[in-house]
Design a protein around this ligand. Sequence first.
Ligand code: GEM
Ligand code: ZN
Length: 383
Amino acid sequence: MIPLHISSAFDSGAIEVLSMTDPSDIQLNIRRDNASEFAQWFHFSLQGAAGLAVSLRFLNAGQCAYPKGWQDYRVVASYDRHSWFRIDTRFDGQVMAADITPQTQCVYFAYFEPYSHERHLDLIGRAAASEHVEVQHLGQTLDGRDMTLLRLTDRHSATPIAQKKKIWLIARQHPGEAMAEWFVDGFLARLLDGADPVARVLLAKCVFYVVPHMNPDGAVRGNLRTNAAGANLNREWQAPSLEKSPEVFLVRQKMLATGVDLNLDAHGDEGLAYNFCVGTEGTPGYTPRLEALENAFKAAWVATCPDFQTTQGYGRTKPGEANLTLATNWVGQNFGCLAFTIEMPFKDNADLPDQRVGWNGERSKKLGAGVLLPILAVVDQLR
Ligand code: GEM
Ligand code: ZN
C-alpha cells in the first residue's frame, strides 16, 4: 500500500491532519479562519486510498462555529473537481465521521461545492463579452486581489438611464458560502441570455450592479466567515475601513454614488436545510410600503420556484431592533429601499431533497436564475 497523503495546498484548501496511518480512522480537525475563531470550512484531497474503506473523523466538529450545521449534513466529495456528490456522514454531537471507498487514487472533500478564484475570473470574463456589461474595478483587497463590479443594462432601451431602477446584487461576504457565487453565476447567465424575455425587459428597465464575490481573500485562504484581517464583512456596513474591511468600504462607497432601489445579499446557512430570505423589518425606517413590497417579492418567488419557501427561516426581528452593521439592514435603512439577505443551505432543501448531491452549485445557479421573476414582479413598484 502506497502511503496516504492529504493536501490542502490549493485555492480554499483548509484542514488539520492529526493522524492518517489507518485509512479506516483518519483523524482530522477543522481549521479556524486565519485571523478569527470561526471554524467550519474544510477542503482537502486524499491520495493513495483507492479501494480502501476510508473513514474521515473530524474530531473537533462539536467545537465548530455552527455545530448544528453537522446534524443531517453530508460531506461533499469529488474525483475530478467538477462533479461533486455527497457521502455517508454521521455526527454524534462531538465527532463528525464520513465514509467512502474511493474509486481512484485521488479524491477531494469539501464543506460545500467550491467556487474557485479561477472560476470567479472566468465568470467576469464571460460577462464582459456582453454588450450590456461594463466591468468596473472598485479597488484592492488586503491581499491585493481585485474587487470587481459588473454594471449591466440595455443602453439602447427607451427608458432614460436616470429613470432606470438601480438593482444591486452582492454575494459571498462570507467566503465559505460558495453557493452565493454559484447563485450569481446563474443570475448572470439568465440576465445575459438575449432570448430570455424576462432578462430583456429587466435590462431595459434597470441598471444592475453585481459584485459576484465580496471576499476573494477569505475564499482563497479557506476561511468560512472572515477576510484576511479577520473581519466578518457582514458586521462592517455601519463603519467600514480600508484597513480592516476594504471590500465593504469600496462597495458601500459605490452604492452611495449610484443609489439603490433593491439590494440582494446572497449567503449560505449552516443549520437550516431550506432556501429563504430575510428582510429589513427590524430597521427604524421600515414602512408598510416596504412590507408590501417584501410580501409581493416573496409571493412571486414562492409561486415560481419550488426550491424557495417562506415557512422556515430566521424569524422576524422586532421593530427597531435590527443590527445596522449588516448589509441588508444598513442598505435598506440608508436608501429606504427593498433589501433582502438570501440564504441557501449547506445541507439540502429538505422540502425537495436530492440524495446524490444535496444542495449544490447547479441548484444554486437555478435559484439565481429564478430570482429574476420576483424582481420582475416588483420592479415597477420599487420607487
Ligand atoms: C447572516 S444575516 C443574519 C440575519 N439574522 C437575522 N435574524 N435577521 C449573518 O451575517 O449572520 C447571513 C449569513 O451569514 O448567512
Ligand atoms: Zn453569510
